[in-house]
Design a protein around this ligand. Sequence first.
Ligand code: 4AZ
Length: 288
Amino acid sequence: MFLVVVVVVVVLVSVSPACASGGFPKFPADACGRRAIPWKPEREPRVVGGEEPPYGAVPWQVELRFGDRHQCGGALISVRLVLTAAHCWLEGLVVVAGAHGPPGTAPYEQVLRVERAIQHPDFRKLGPYSHDIAVLLLAAPGVRFNILVKPACFAYESPPPGTWCEVSGWGASDPSTPDRLSPVLRSAAVPLLSLETCRKDGVYGGRQQPILDSMLCAGHLRGGIDACGGDSGGPLVCERDGRHELTGIVSWGDGCAKKDRPGVYTRVASFLPWIRESAREFGVDYDF
Ligand code: 4AZ
């Protein structure tokens, strides 16, 4: 009788998908971009810096830390690949998945070592923020996915201007103190703007950093809601058919939430061949 109980327990434990993923049911490998925790940030720009989503509602968000210090955001695109901004990268960063509040306080935090990093070779070539993208390879076996920690889908193309997307990060929530980080992850809804609007004279026209085709602007020309210091490298996702696609990476802007100064993002769809090539160089599978 005892033996039967042991066998049953062993079989149950070994087939239970929950056990392989830290207490949460495993999700299929193709389930990128679907959130298990419902969340939709308000579209009215009432709070500079957005709102605090429930834990796990931005499952692709990672934090880049240097020691105990917050450095930047990033986004999971597969078990071992993270996309971030090139200007975020410095040797010795660790990637934290499943983070929410101060280090060590979220129940499913995973601290992951970065095995290799590739900054785009043209970073800063056409202005201080051109080609602001880096791919990080996490040390094997990579992230343990669960319903609160999973990748965003890749955006093969950017949705049209006017589409509402979401930006998230631990960046400042008060633009008058851009160096004071938010203690918790925040997220905000922002509409995409056309390149034409963003290049206007009263916006980013005639500046040291031109708005390149490989950039994307999002936010409100009237100001009030935006990414800010510390959000860099983090995700701008847009929903399509219930899946969230990584459309932009927080890159730069003139201040935060100012009138006629929307946030500028790296346009992820422009870098598909380079990301593929980087994944190949790392020797990891990434089927896109
Ligand atoms: C930053 O310093 C930063 N308003 C990120 C985004 C923006 C400005 C600054 C866009 O990380």
